[in-house]
Design a protein around this ligand. Structure first.
Ligand code: SF4
Ligand code: SF4
Length: 464
């Protein structure tokens, strides 16, 4: 709960009315240095977002997160379920990084780089200002009875929002299944009903979020937003109101009493997309969009006072004039992050391009052939993580035996694909060293050994 200037406590969120209905926020269009910087950054961000699905490395997408097929390509490197532990470590590293970053820099990510904020504030909201006008005009339009102007604006906004949601859904799907596949599926929609259904669902979700749900995604759904309460401390840098300089507010100071720099103009509240008053302190609803900084800076400039009454600052720096402190918590997070990064680099560097799992076929004992030789049946599963086909041959390395393939064994693992084959290993009794003999099987590509696999060969005890 946040204490306001009158001493009462805010016990509700600005976006929900006393009756429990949705209060739709119409923030005033922000203007200023930080808004311009965020606009420039978001243009760069959007160019990158819409370009990545078209970039290929060795004929494969630069980034693809195919959850259904459990195939992930990150910066051209293919990750299969066998690499799941690398993926897990990468995710863990990412989460620790996010935690560490949040402890120090608060929600700077939310304001500058979160896709929800970028699309909401820098795409859909700008279009809304363009069609409906600024906050006051939006409210007028909402309250006016239906007429030709209102219908025209609503239809136009609906069409533009829906079209962008549809484009977004396509790109979102391209990140999941690759742009090539998406284009191929779109050309033959009747054969790919699943793709059409996915596109319809994604489009509807995006449209719902940007047309109606808006800031509720940050307030209610986003787990990162909900975590702020445990991640932030009084040394975290946030968008904050300098209450030492601002209070008592001009309007609230008694006659003749000295007052702070805040003139209680509410400019910072009017621009807030989550409807809060930053002067009430750090609040979970604040997405650090910086709109209130720009609004207050404009007021301070007009009053010929220094800017920065609302600025990026930590609670302690405002209260005690302290600089950022490298706390024990930050040191601990840094240590864990460094260890995880080192492990991740090691796993990536030592990752094998061809994953081979050789196992004796379970549930089958050895068999004795009419010529006296002993045979064991093996299963070999291969995963080719490279962008080239790998033809191969197998050779016994430490025994004079024979390898006989079951069926028409395909001695090739296609690029980024799996292969599975079965084969018998037949050994003379002289080469069988009792119940368990350790076999070494070499895998060769064009005569060059690329892998040595080991497996157990079982035989009768009497041969020991
Ligand atoms: S309080 Fe300021 S930074 Fe936080 S969401 Fe509102 S306008 Fe953005
Ligand atoms: S914009 Fe600045 S001066 Fe105006 S109410 Fe907000 S903090 Fe006070």
């Amino acid at each position: 709960m946040v204490k306001d200037i009158e001493g009462s406590y805010r016990d509700s969120v600005a976006t929900i009315s006393k009756e429990g209905k949705r209060n739709f926020i119409n923030p005033k269009k922000p203007k200023g240095r930080l808004y311009n910087l965020r606009t420039a950054f978001s243009i760069f961000y959007l160019v990158v977002f819409f370009t990545i699905p078209f970039i290929k490395v060795h004929g494969e997408p630069l980034l693809m997160l195919n959850v259904l097929e459990r195939k992930f390509i990150i910066f051209g490197m293919v990750f299969w379920p066998q690499d799941f532990f690398i993926f897990g470590i990468a995710m863990l590293t990412f989460f620790v990084f996010v935690i560490l970053f949040t402890v120090v820099f608060g929600r700077i990510f939310c304001g500058w780089a979160c896709p929800q904020t970028i699309f909401m504030e820098m795409v859909f909201r700008k279009i809304e200002y363009w069609i409906d006008g600024d906050a006051a005009k939006q409210k007028l339009l909402k309250e006016m009875p239906w007429n030709a102007e209102k219908a025209r604006k609503r239809i136009l906004k609906f069409m533009v929002f829906f079209s962008i949601s549809f484009i977004l859904a396509n790109f979102f799907l391209a990140y999941l299944i690759s742009m090539d596949k998406l284009l191929q599926y779109i050309k033959t929609p009747s054969e790919h009903i699943g793709t059409l259904i996915s596109l319809s669902i994604f489009t509807s979700v995006f449209f719902f979020v940007y047309w109606w749900f808006r800031e509720q995604a940050c307030l209610v759904v986003c787990p990162y937003g909900r975590l702020q309460g445990v991640l932030l401390d009084s040394n975290s840098i946030l968008v904050a109101y300098d209450h030492v300089r601002g209070e008592p507010r001009n309007k609230h100071a008694k006659k003749g009493e000295e007052h702070g720099d805040c003139i209680d103009c509410h400019a910072c509240v009017r621009v807030c997309p989550t409807g809060i008053d930053i002067r009430n302190g750090t609040q979970l609803e604040c997405v650090n969009c910086t709109a209130c900084i720009d609004a207050c800076d404009a007021i301070m400039t007009g009053l010929h006072k220094p800017t920065g009454l609302v600025r990026y600052a930590s609670e302690n720096s405002i209260k005690e004039g302290k600089r950022l402190i490298f706390t024990r918590r930050i040191k601990a997070y840094t240590g864990v992050l460094t260890a995880l990064l080192a492990l991740l680099v090691f796993l990536l560097v030592s990752r094998e391009d061809l994953d081979a799992r050789l196992m004796r076929t379970s549930g089958m004992a050895y068999s004795t052939l009419p010529d006296g030789r002993i045979a064991n049946l093996y299963n070999l599963k291969l995963a080719n993580k490279t962008h080239e086909d790998i033809p191969f041959t197998l050779k016994l390395e430490n025994a004079n035996g024979e390898i006989e393939y079951v069926g028409s064994a395909d001695m090739l693992v296609k690029k980024e694909d799996y292969s599975h084959l079965q084969f018998f290993v037949k050994l003379k009794p002289a080469d069988v060293k009792g119940w368990k003999t350790l076999l070494k099987i070499g895998m060769y590509e064009k005569g060059k050994k690329i892998k040595t696999m080991t497996a157990k060969f079982i035989g009768p005890e009497t041969y020991r």
